[in-house]
Design a binder for this molecule. Structure first.
Ligand SMILES: [Zn+2]
Ligand SMILES: [Zn+2]
Length: 144
C-alpha cells in the first residue's frame, strides 16, 4: 500500500497536469522535509544517492515551479531557490507571500510565518501579494 503522503503528491502532480515520476516525487519529498527554499545545487547534492543527475533534477524543479507546485525565488544573490508552494498560497496569483530570512553571514535562507501587510494606501502589488519580503540578519547558528 502506498504511503498516504506519496499518494497526495501524486494527486497534486496529476491535478497540475504532470506525470508522477520518481524524480518528481523525490524532489517533493526532499523539499517537504527541508521546509525552506533550496538551490538546485543543494537539491542535486541531496538526491545524488538516488542517481538523478543534475540536469534531471533541474528540469524537474523547473517543471514543478511552472506547474505552481513549487515556487522559485531569487533572494538577492541571483540564485534560484525552490520551495513548496504553501497550501494557502497554492493556486493564488502570489506564490511568495510569506517573508524569508536571509543570513548575511552564511547565506542560509529560511521561511518566516506569513506577514499581515497593511492593505490601505499601499501599492496594488502589496494587496495582491505580488511582493517579496526579505529580512536580512544573522542566523542563530552564525550568532552562536
Ligand atoms: Zn548564518
Ligand atoms: Zn519560504
Amino acid at each position: 500500500m502506498a504511503h498516504p503522503e506519496i499518494l497526495s503528491w501524486d494527486d497534486r502532480l496529476r491535478s497540475a497536469g504532470l506525470r508522477a515520476t520518481a524524480p518528481r516525487r523525490a524532489v517533493l519529498r526532499l523539499l517537504a522535509s527541508w521546509a525552506r527554499p533550496a538551490t538546485h545545487a543543494e537539491v542535486a547534492r541531496a538526491l545524488e544517492p538516488d542517481a538523478w543527475d543534475r540536469a534531471t533534477v533541474y528540469r524537474n524543479l523547473c517543471d514543478l515551479a511552472e506547474a505552481g507546485i513549487l515556487t522559485r525565488s531569487d533572494m538577492g544573490d541571483h540564485v534560484w531557490r525552490f520551495e513548496l508552494a504553501r497550501a494557502e498560497e497554492h493556486g493564488h496569483e502570489s506564490p511568495s507571500a510569506h517573508p524569508h530570512f536571509v543570513c548575511t553571514t552564511c547565506g542560509e535562507v529560511s521561511c518566516l510565518p506569513d506577514l499581515a501587510l497593511p492593505v490601505e494606501r499601499v501599492p496594488v502589488a502589496v494587496r495582491t501579494g505580488k511582493v517579496e519580503v526579505r529580512v536580512h540578519g544573522v542566523c542563530d547558528s552564525c550568532a552562536a
